[in-house]
Design a protein around this ligand. Structure first.
Ligand SMILES: *[C@@H]1O[C@H](CO)[C@@H](O)[C@H](O)[C@H]1NC(C)=O
Ligand SMILES: *[C@@H]1O[C@H](CO)[C@@H](O)[C@H](O)[C@H]1NC(C)=O
Ligand SMILES: *[C@@H]1O[C@H](CO)[C@@H](O)[C@H](O)[C@H]1NC(C)=O
Ligand SMILES: *[C@@H]1O[C@H](CO)[C@@H](O)[C@H](O)[C@H]1NC(C)=O
Ligand SMILES: *[C@@H]1O[C@H](CO)[C@@H](O)[C@H](O)[C@H]1NC(C)=O
Ligand SMILES: [Zn+2]
Length: 480
């Protein structure tokens, strides 16, 4: 089954124990109103008197047209150009016009400026720099430069979404800044994706502000992205989502295994990024799978795992892979929802390696190992996610559940938003063991609701619905 994660879809069918229930699409229809053990044993949890089966948010024509513009040839050209700078090590030459990270930085700026010309003034390109002092992987002070395109939102400019790839590269020795370090997959692939989205989005008018960044210093300790996140946090910027693309260039693993229609989305659970009291409460109320990062990953599946992108999204309930880190980490530390996209089968002979042939095996992060069409599909996943975030209303604020009464109901409340696009709110829910939302209930433009569904039995979320049909990521309610 190609879109396997969608196979969790449930159907609204029969009656069991006098309740309407949702159940899996079984081969033999079950007679309505039957109450036998066998029928009820087949019925999916939870029983509900309200709501409908949650349908994924299908792309509208505008989004479909944008997705068609994602071009594998552009991505290939960008990756090969980035490889041509020899090394893009953070400590490499910053003034040589041909070789080193400075040449790559200047090329990225010129590309972004070229795209920004078609934005009628909405896009602004800037290099954000600071001097990083000596640290464990920084033997001498070095300027770290992020190359950023900011597209100002047309109706909600103060709500911001960020997407990044890192343009620095490395070989086996993390301090070796002179050897060739092509970094075609890690992470010219992510940067090429960001450039392609900057090109397409410059010709559109996103409702919210989108920052597209090529960041540096990742291999030395996530310096560029952490600086960007801290700058946004220090200016109290409302970042409602961050997408990190790092090693998104190949779906072929080191045993030759292929999975060209899947991208992983790493989403962190409870962590010390959250205030201690809230983190402790999260664990006591079964909220461990509903951190903002995990809601963002679920949202990405709902809007971007479909025919229009041609991709499945495998959510991984982890911050990152073992022994590895990434640029979403600084955003999570700043309190922002952030996830990492990475290919499903990594080949470690093609990452962080000196270029060489050893025992008949080619080592090194070379462009020949990148599948440009795969990168383009991952680009579509990102574009569908980013655009759907940007066009939906801002997420529901101060969502709480009233747990004062020992009853069979659920009382949810939140603050009424002020977005001009806001049409209503939806309560979504799923079994506590389910990965994705299965049910939704449009409750109108209200700030509270009482549902005939026990708060003990399911996981609830509240999301805002736009007049344009776009829906925000769900917010998990904490007890008031
Ligand atoms: C960087 O390259 C320029 C031009 O080739 C050269 O003049 C300069 O000395 C180099 N800088 C360093 C720190 O190697
Ligand atoms: C953010 O603010 C903190 C606390 O004032 C400060 O230490 C830090 O240098 C600032 N970071 C940036 C990137 O502005
Ligand atoms: C190549 O083979 C030699 C001899 O068997 C071995 O010592 C070495 O670890 C191998 N190299 C790699 C990268 O596997
Ligand atoms: C909403 O939540 C924020 C952050 O927790 C809090 O500072 C604020 O007082 C809350 N507002 C209302 C009206 O409850
Ligand atoms: C909970 O639901 C049961 C069955 O409908 C009902 O008998 C009971 O009164 C309810 N309890 C409360 C506290 O509402
Ligand atoms: Zn990387």
């Amino acid at each position: 089954m190609r879109f396997s994660i969608l196979a969790f879809g449930l159907m609204f069918v029969t009656a069991c124990a006098n309740e309407l229930v949702y159940e899996r699409d079984l081969p033999d229809p079950i007679a309505a109103n039957s109450n036998s053990y066998t029928d009820c044993a087949n019925a999916a949890w939870p029983p509900s008197e309200v709501g409908v089966e949650l349908k994924p948010q299908a792309p509208d024509n505008e989004l479909k047209n944008m997705l068609k513009e994602v071009n594998a040839a552009n991505i290939e050209a960008s990756i090969k150009k980035l490889v041509s700078f020899g090394t893009r090590h953070t400590l490499s030459n910053q003034t040589d016009p041909k070789r080193g990270i400075g040449a790559a930085r200047d090329w990225l700026e010129s590309e972004m400026k070229k795209y920004a010309k078609s934005s009628e003034g909405r896009s602004n390109v800037a290099i954000q720099s600071y001097v990083q002092g000596v640290a464990s992987r920084i033997p001498f002070p070095v300027t770290i430069s992020n190359v950023l395109t900011t597209i100002k939102g047309s109706t909600d400019p103060s709500r911001v979404y960020v997407i990044t790839g890192h343009y620095d590269s490395r070989v086996t020795d993390v301090l070796d800044y002179t050897s060739d370090a092509p970094g075609a997959n890690d992470d010219a692939s992510g940067v090429a994706l960001v450039l392609e989205l900057a090109r397409i989005l410059a010709t559109r008018q996103p409702s919210s502000t989108i920052i597209l960044g090529a960041v540096a210093g990742e291999e030395q300790s996530l310096y560029g992205s952490t600086y960007l996140a801290q700058t946004l946090k220090n200016s109290s910027t409302n970042v409602e989502g961050m997408l990190n693309n790092d090693i998104i260039g190949s779906s072929t693993g080191d045993r030759g295994q292929k999975d060209p229609y899947t991208i992983r989305a790493f989403a962190q659970g409870p962590s010390t990024n959250e205030a201690a009291a809230k983190a402790a409460q999260r664990l006591t109320i079964g909220g461990e799978n509903d951190t903002p990062a995990r809601e963002l990953a679920r949202f990405s599946v709902e809007v971007a795992a479909n025919e229009a992108t041609g991709m499945n999204i495998a959510i991984i309930y982890r911050l990152d892979r073992f022994l590895r880190g990434g640029d979403h980490t600084g955003f999570l530390a700043a309190g922002y929802p952030a996830i990492r996209y990475t290919e499903p089968n990594e080949n470690f002979a093609h990452q962080h390696q000196n270029i060489r042939i050893e025992n008949g095996t080619q080592y090194g992060d070379l462009a020949e190992f990148v599948d440009f069409k795969y990168v383009a599909r991952v680009g579509k996943v990102n574009l569908a996610t980013l655009w759907s975030l940007s066009e939906a209303p801002g997420q529901a604020r101060n969502v709480t559940v009233n747990t004062a009464a020992l009853d069979n109901y659920t009382r949810l409340s939140w603050l009424l938003g002020t977005d001009t696009n806001l049409k209503s709110y939806e309560v979504v829910w799923r079994a506590t063991t389910a990965p994705l939302w299965t049910h939704s209930y449009d409750v109108g433009l209200v700030d509270k609701v009482t549902l005939p569904l026990s708060k003990d039995n399911v996981i609830f979320g509240v999301r805002a619905v736009g007049k344009n049909g776009y829906k925000s990521p769900a917010v998990y309610p904490f007890p008031a």
